[in-house]
Design a protein around this ligand. Sequence first.
Ligand code: PLP
Ligand code: ZN
Length: 434
Amino acid sequence: MPVLRCINCQSDFPTSQRIYVCPKCAGLLDVVYELNKFQGEQAVSVWDRRRASAESIDQSGVWRFRELLPETDESEIVTMIEGNTQIWDAPRSAEYAGMNRLSFKHLGMNPTGSFKDLGMTTGITQAKRLGATSVACASTGNTSASMAAYAARAGMKAFVFIPSGQIALGKLSQALDYGAVVLQLEGDFDDAMRLVREVADESPLYLLNSVNPFRLEGQKTIAFEMMQQRGWQLPDRVVVPGGNLGNSSAIAKGFHELMERGVINRMPRITIIQAEGANPLYRMWEARTETLTPVPGATTLATAIKIGNPVSWPKAMRGLRWSAGEVEQVTEQEIADAKAMIGRDGIGCEPASAVTLAGIKKMIAAGGVNPDEDVVAILTGHVLKDPDYTVNYHAGMLSCTNKSGEKMLIESRYANAFMRVHASRDAILKALDL
Ligand SMILES: *Cc1c(COP(=O)(O)O)cnc(C)c1O
Ligand SMILES: [Zn+2]
């Protein structure tokens, strides 16, 4: 039976206990599995066989890998057949970064448009197992959209705490549409996170932020599915945006478990990219300190990673250690241009996802990444999540505020501006210049 184990003091707790952090030392918890005979070739063949099944728990890109997920009665599983997200090669983006090839695994192709669905199917299923009837999260947007949908599917009440005026409209509209109770708080994400944890501790609300280890169990299947789609051929490097640092931690855990079970024999280098205005992990990495110093008033237009006090940093550091990983930061200008490039490949993503390409480009230029490397970058959210950003960029009207609160216009270097044309056949033909 899997247990909850504190990554700090190593104490074990049953998975039936409703805790989010270690009751003894407040350390983060991992779900840890017994190292049984389910290993190597056998695991691969069981998982590969399920791809042809008509059962939803086999079709789900999460539950297909259920031997490495918390033990759950099949009838309790709340799934929207998440996962199965495409890996695409991206020649224009590769050229832009200076790579010979590059591929994107697009987690924005999940049911609610972000990777959060992978964690929410396991999170809501655990909520059900514990008998919870209401769930809560703080969110920069995608967690609330995903939690609202899965809670609705499970017949639970959802409460989302969002920082006021700092959430992309696509995401807010989803939370409203799926029937969540939306609380806009005067404050930033870090305030909302602190408050929802306090409220969950004193109420029946079950907390579904990524501090909850059951969220990360679903998200770690990104590693499993990526390997399965690639015929179990390892990439050299996996590049992932870093906000609250749950996803990078989860992906590292996924690869680590495959290694423990002899499915793979090394780890790809987990490479975490942050926005310069919200870069506490990058600062910690550069300064080689033992603990993370929060960045108060974190700022970036990539609202999904606008986080100054990331909860999962100890797990992210562990993943970097396991995989000889790296951390990089990128500017608002670099994010905006990289996003436009990913769009030109016919793929598209929300701003936070584009830090991956911006980071790779920067690392190539600095000589830290070899152009021949086999790199998979994780696109975390769908292009339609934040249409304002995209339209403003192409209209030459995208601006951000820097740390000192000054407004700065982002240069629209790859703008695809609208054409204004008089509504007549002649004017159109002239404008098209064919
Ligand atoms: C949540 C989110 C992130 C950040 O992931 P963390 O696990 O918080 O590091 C990045 N991009 C998108 C689109 C997200 O929704
Ligand atoms: Zn502990």
